[in-house]
Each structure stands twice: as C-alpha cells, then as structure tokens.
Design a protein around this ligand. Structure first.
Ligand code: NAP
Length: 244
C-alpha cells in the first residue's frame, strides 16, 4: 500500500487505460479522483471506486472547466500529489486533408490540457515537497504514424514539456515522466478495422494488443516511492513494436 494517504488525480478515468490506472492506484492505497466528461461517467467512476475514490466531471480542453474542477476538489480533498494526465482523443486524417479543426482539437485536448492541469497541480506538490506527474503519451510520438500527424505532434510535445518540467521540479521531490503505450485494447483501438488490427499485430513481437492493466501497473510503479529517482523519462510499453 505504498500510496496510502495520498490523493491521486486521473483524467479520463471512465474507461480504457484511465479506468485501469484509477483502479490500480486505488488498489495501491491512493484515494483517487477520477474524471469523465459527463455526469453519468463521473457517477459511474464513484460507483466503481466504491469508497476509495470519487468521480468528477472535467473537460481538459476547456480552461474554464479545469479551473472550476480544481476549485471544486480544493474544498473536499487534500491536494493531489499524484497526477496522471491520461485523457486524450484521436482525430485521424492524412496530412494533406487534415482540417484545421482536427489539428486544433487534438492539440488542445492532448497537449494544451497538460499545461493547464500540470500548472494547477504543481503548487500542492511543491508545498508537500513530493509529487508524481505521469503523462500518457504514445509510441506514435517516437515512431510517427501515417494519418496521425496531429496526434504524433501533440504527444511528442507532451514528452518535451515533461522533460522541461522534470528539470524545473526535480529539486522539490517531484518527478515527471511519460508512459508511451503501443496498441492497447480500448475503445480507441476498437475503432480500427480488423484489417488494420491484423496489419498492426504482424509488427508486434508479442503478437497481441496490450491490456490496459499492464499500462496501469507501470504507472503505479512510477507513482510510488520506489520510483523517486526516475524522472524526465519516457517509458515505452508496446509488446516490442518500437524496437522493430
Ligand atoms: P479511450 O478508451 O478513448 O478513453 C478516453 C478517455 O479520455 C475517456 O475517459 C474520456 O472520457 C476521456 N476524455 C476524452 N476527451 C476528454 C476531454 N476533453 N476532457 C477530459 N477527458 C476526456 O482512450 P484510451 O485508449 O484509454 O487512451 C487513454 C490515453 O492513452 C490517451 O491519452 C491515449 O492517447 C493514450 N494511448 C492509447 C493507446 C491505445 O492503444 N489505446 C495507445 C497509446 C496511447 P469520456 O468517457 O467521458 O468520454
């Protein structure tokens, strides 16, 4: 129970990787604030975490929503000392056809959000002289992927931001790392066609999609005391896809 007594904030905890991370951190003893974009999603998180956490509504693409959310939790909880920026979207298109709206939405939700949520969380961690920021990026930030120029740019931006933040916050006992999954079975990858999935799997030595709980285990390691000397890193988890 290495996280006993600590509040952990997980964005996008209603399903997929974020839900698995919220459950894993709660099992490690943290009190988890998990977010969804709807009230129904938030209620379902509270129900799932059953006493070891609470669900909240948060739209990370909106500065007003981020500000309102932090005001709301300030009244009810200790400051989160573990922050997992997991919420993210894709809006794929080849670069030649990429609409400004597709570019802006993905950059705003996947990159600008990280600046907003990290900034709002840093003061509490600095005061406590202990903190863990874990940003969920993607193997696509390192590999590139046709049709995902907006997503690759956003995730690579998050990795650069995280290294700069790690340099700034290291002396305060705060680590900042990224976890970069390959292809993990969630709603995001369920959207791929069977043909796309088979083509992908041919490139994955493990021969399968990853499970959300496998990503969650890595995040929980980074959130614990044992990972205090790991900072400014991107840890890859992709069944061997990236080495090939
Ligand atoms: P998912 O199943 O599509 O779930 C996305 C989560 O993000 C949901 O909880 C959703 O909330 C939330 N969300 C979406 N837009 C939001 C917004 N504007 N504000 C706040 N929350 C928002 O996604 P996933 O596959 O678990 O992916 C989670 C993270 O891992 C993402 O950052 C993604 O880029 C990254 N990733 C995924 C894979 C993969 O193979 N699945 C691979 C590499 C990286 P609602 O339920 O309310 O919509």
């Amino acid at each position: 129970m290495s996280l006993a007594g600590k509040v952990a904030l997980v964005t996008g905890a209603s399903r997929g990787i974020g839900a698995a991370i919220a459950d894993h951190l709660a099992a490690a003893g943290a009190y988890v604030l998990g977010t969804a974009t709807t009230a129904a999603g938030a209620a379902q998180i509270s129900q799932r975490l059953a006493g070891s956490g609470t669900g909240y509504v948060l739209d990370v693409s909106s500065e007003a929503s981020v500000n309102a959310f932090f005001e709301q939790i300030k009244a009810a909880h200790e400051a989160p000392l573990v922050l997992v920026n997991n919420a993210g979207i894709t809006q794929d298109n080849i670069a030649l056809r990429m609409k400004a709206e597709e570019w802006d939405d993905v950059i705003n939700t996947n990159l600008n959000s990280i600046y907003r949520v990290c900034k709002a969380s840093m003061r509490g961690m600095t005061k406590a002289r202990w903190g863990r920021i874990i940003n969920i990026t993607s193997v696509v930030a390192s590999m590139g992927n046709a049709g995902q120029s907006n997503y690759a740019a956003a995730k690579a931006g998050v990795e650069g931001y995280s290294r700069a933040l790690a340099s700034e916050l290291g002396s305060r006992g705060i680590t900042v790392n990224c976890v970069a999954p390959g292809f993990i079975q969630t709603d995001m990858t369920d959207a791929l066609s069977e043909e796309q999935k088979q083509a992908l799997l041919r490139r994955v030595p493990a021969g399968r999609l990853g499970a959300a709980r496998e990503v969650a285990a890595l995040v929980t390691f980074l959130a614990g005391d044992d990972a205090g000397y790991v900072t400014g890193e991107t840890l890859h988890i992709n069944g061997g896809l990236y080495m090939n």
